[in-house]
Write a protein that binds this ligand. Structure first.
Ligand code: SF4
Length: 321
């Protein structure tokens, strides 16, 4: 069912169709990377946290801690609890915006309240689609943070969905291949201070950015790394840390797990065994990685791993997985 999609240019339509799955009035993306990277990279998807299907008579509320932004195609809604976004058309956006200004109601009451504002069947259908897609869930709260749009005449996103912050060139490793020539002795001159990063994160959150990806080098190489990670969390951004994991001792994992908005840790695995992985990343790297990933799994911290493929490991992709 299609409701009130604004006219899009063919380029916009192609971008949406190639990055999102159509689901009623919603376009749903499995991965927020798609809008930023334009599918230039492949990431291992993190399965969504299972959600119970809403009971038809239950109170509905927009999932707490969400962000809603108006966009040229309607809007983007980001659920911080499961770190996923949904793309809604103008009717869906208006329904969600109305919900942020009203207390939660029963399904029928909600539809009745919204129909005079938005008109009949379109609202009924939009609410049903929002429920079916998990954007509207059971709950008494509707404390979505609504970000005002900047200039709707412009046919591009009001803000990035995800921003990558490169905190340092320093790294515990000196890999055979590194896009940044990072190493333990790389220059760390002119790095932004932790308080300067805190200002950056506050501005990004204020602009409506959903996710901050912290990278380097290894962002955790900095002595003040966890102060910066905590500042990103305080700003209300979903936090994604890309690291070789050397710094993830129990003490540091405690700090990570205390965050409200930690999404996951991203790391690299370049071989299914010590010989292949360590050839790329240095002696002892495989043993450390396996120990750290096991520790992350035991603590229930989501972790994603990417691999740099080359002649010596390409045939072992499945084993790496
Ligand atoms: S771990 Fe990553 S950032 Fe560090 S040297 Fe290796 S490739 Fe570069």
């Amino acid at each position: 069912m299609t409701v009130g999609i604004r006219e899009l240019t063919s380029q916009q339509q192609r971008a949406i169709e190639s990055n999102f799955t159509r689901n009623g009035t919603l376009y749903v993306s499995d991965d927020v990377h798609s809008m930023l990277d334009c599918a230039s990279t492949w990431d291992v998807g993190i399965p969504p946290v299972a959600q119970a299907a809403p009971h038809p008579d239950a109170l509905l509320g927009i999932a707490a801690d969400g962000v809603l932004r108006e966009e040229f195609f309607g809007g983007l809604y980001f659920n911080r609890t499961i770190h996923r976004q949904a793309m809604v058309d103008p009717v869906g956006f208006d329904v969600l915006r109305s919900l942020t200004a009203t207390s939660s109601r029963s399904t029928n009451g909600l539809v009745e309240a919204l129909q005079p504002l938005h008109g009949g069947a379109a609202v009924t259908a939009a609410v049903a689609d929002l429920v079916a897609s998990g954007v509207l869930v059971e709950g008494a709260r509707a404390d979505v943070r609504y970000i005002e749009a900047n200039d709707l005449a412009k046919a591009y996103l009001q803000a990035p969905t995800i921003v990558e912050a490169e905190l340092t060139y320093g790294c515990f490793r000196a890999c055979r291949h590194c896009a940044y020539s990072s190493s333990p002795t790389a220059s760390t001159a002119d790095e932004l201070s932790a308080s300067a990063w805190a200002d950056v994160f506050a501005k990004l959150a204020d602009a409506g950015v959903f996710v901050i990806q912290l990278t380097g080098g290894d962002p955790l190489f900095r002595s003040d790394a966890f102060d910066i990670v905590e500042a990103a969390d305080r700003a209300g951004l979903s936090v994604y840390v890309r690291s070789d994991t050397v710094a993830l001792t129990d003490e540091n994992l405690d700090r990570l797990q205390a965050l409200d908005n930690l999404w996951h840790i991203g790391t690299s695995i370049d071989g299914a065994d010590e010989v292949t992985h360590d050839w790329m990343r240095g002696k002892g790297a495989f043993a450390t990685l396996v120990e750290r990933m096991t520790r992350l799994a035991e603590r229930g911290v989501a972790v994603a791993a990417g691999a740099t493929l080359h002649r010596s490991n390409a045939a072992t992709v499945q084993e790496i997985g």
